[in-house]
Design a protein around this ligand. Structure first.
Ligand SMILES: [Fe+2]
Ligand SMILES: [Fe+2]
Length: 136
């Protein structure tokens, strides 16, 4: 069965740590989708959403550390985009935990589309800058 969110080489940034983290985020979103399709309960979904929030925070802080260390000119704007998404998924997790909303296909699609758009758009923007500095 094809994965819900398939990794594509165009997502690569060439920075090992970032690519490994992006792949792990894709894996968590696929696990969420699978759990949802199998009709897993809120407890399983809640755990996966919690994992997604935690790992997103880990990834964003790694990426921000790399951008800051290399004096990336768009650092502040990039960090702000991270903060907005983090706030959104934290609220989503809270709503799922309290039973206010449940995981739906539209939530899974939102997560996939956001991450895909961020990796291909906002993240790809730093690639030429960091590769010119020899960051791998
Ligand atoms: Fe980013
Ligand atoms: Fe990223």
């Amino acid at each position: 069965m094809a994965a819900f969110f398939t990794w594509n080489d165009s997502y690569n940034t060439g920075i090992r740590e970032v690519d490994a983290q992006h792949k792990k985020l894709v894996d968590i979103i696929n696990a969420l989708y699978d759990a949802m399709s199998k009709g897993q309960g809120n407890q399983v979904m809640g755990k996966l959403l919690e994992e997604l929030v935690k790992y997103t925070v880990v990834h964003f802080s790694s990426e921000e550390r790399i951008l800051k260390a290399n004096a990336y000119p768009d650092f502040a704007a990039h960090k702000k985009i991270h903060e907005e998404f983090t706030a959104k998924i934290m609220a989503m997790q809270k709503d799922c935990a309290s039973g206010k909303v449940s995981m739906t296909l539209s939530l899974a699609n939102f997560l996939k589309d956001w991450l895909k758009g961020h990796i291909l758009g906002t993240d790809q923007k730093y690639v030429p800058f960091l590769s010119a500095k020899g960051v791998k």
